[in-house]
Design a protein around this ligand. Structure first.
Ligand code: PML
Ligand code: MG
Length: 258
């Protein structure tokens, strides 16, 4: 096997003296793909719909193949809705299906995720926030999709390699495999991308075609935690440090379209 590398990109803008997140992305690749990968991630940072970055950081790190966990992608279902309000009701319904009682309070917390680099981590029983740094949140890293991804309809990236769906499915699959995580809510922070999702081991990856209005750059992620406080550290370690490759060829096409 080719030597493996993690490549991460992060782009920021300085706005009124504050560091604002513009774009972030990552891959796990073989040595021979490092230059192409860096080029694509750079292009993606420079031409982002959220604005022109002042800083772009690319980190290339050699990783040990033995440390990688392989996971099958979650099954995908798409729910067609015509308005953001309808989409938000669907989001709450899916949370309840996954056994989460305080679904409307949790959906209401989504507006607090604006501007965070990572996700909010919320205890589903007390609604306490568990991230050690609330401004940053918990950032899921060291993941990528493998095998068949490029060949599956709708899974190719644009010219900068960005494919919201593919990347979100990789991230959601890793998050759903994390100990004590029982669900994830996501609304894109990209102003022109209105599809979001709810994902969990119980429901699979549930796409909802509208969760906000076009032009709105609000968005973020909430991970739902159900467990002992003493296990939060291990949960965050898995999300931030465990290397995961997601097998994309097992997910096939959407199960059903509603
Ligand atoms: C993001 O912008 O990173 C979130 C993308 C959500 C993708 C939802 C989908 O198309 O399935
Ligand atoms: Mg984004």
């Amino acid at each position: 096997m080719d030597e493996m590398y993690s490549v991460k990109m992060r782009a920021n803008q300085i706005c009124g003296g504050k560091d604002v997140h513009i774009s972030g992305a990552e891959r796990i690749i073989g040595k021979g793909d490092i230059d192409t990968c860096c080029g694509m991630l750079l292009k993606r940072a420079v031409y982002h719909s959220k604005g022109e970055p002042d800083f772009i950081n690319i980190k290339v790190e050699k990783i040990d193949e033995k440390d990688i966990e392989y996971i099958d992608a979650l099954p995908v279902t798409t729910y067609e809705v015509s308005t953001a309000d309808e989409g938000l009701l669907k989001l709450e319904e899916l949370m309840r299906e996954a056994g989460i009682a305080k679904s409307s309070e949790i959906a209401g917390m989504m507006k607090l995720t604006y501007g965070m680099r990572g996700a909010m981590l919320v205890d589903i029983r007390t609604l306490d926030r568990l991230e050690p740094d609330r401004e940053r949140g918990v950032r899921v890293t060291y993941m990528d999709g493998i095998a068949g991804a490029a060949g599956v309809a709708g899974m190719k990236g644009n010219e900068t390699g960005k494919n919201h769906f593919r990347e979100a499915l990789v991230l959601a699959t890793k998050v759903a495999a994390c100990p004590n995580i029982v669900g994830e809510l996501c609304i894109s922070d990209d102003p022109d991308y209105v599809t979001g999702y709810f994902a969990s081991r119980n429901t699979g990856y549930c796409r909802i075609t509208r969760l906000k209005e076009p032009g709105d750059s609000c968005g973020g992620r909430i991970f739902l935690y159900d467990g002992e406080r003493s296990d939060v550290g291990e949960c965050i370690r898995f999300l931030e440090k465990q290397k995961v490759l997601v097998r994309m060829d097992s997910f096939g096409q959407d199960k059903e379209v509603f």
